[in-house]
Design a protein around this ligand. Sequence first.
Ligand SMILES: [Zn+2]
Ligand SMILES: [Zn+2]
Length: 112
Amino acid sequence: MSTPKILYILSCRHVMPGAIGAQQLVCYNCDMPKLVVDVHTWEWRMVCSNCNYSPWCGLSQMTANHHADVHARKRQHKTGVRYLENPYGVKVQQRMQEGTDNAGTASSNGNK
Ligand SMILES: [Zn+2]
Ligand SMILES: [Zn+2]
């Protein structure tokens, strides 16, 4: 089992996939490291009605459609594609919003 990846919104507003807990990622569009500022929680997902195979496919509906086609043909399963909120992404976003960083700067004029 590999670590699930989620989608991050970087300081340049581009969206990049990264491991949970990432603070900085190299943006493929800008070709340089950018700070993570938010999480993009919505992703395309292939879902199968016959088994548990349901990979997250990021921002690409085409990738999800492709997975659905291949899986349906190989296994004779009934597949579909949906745009869903990734629960891993939601959790990371909540943690970031409660985040120590912003709270720290907001109350920097004296503790207690
Ligand atoms: Zn960028
Ligand atoms: Zn299946």
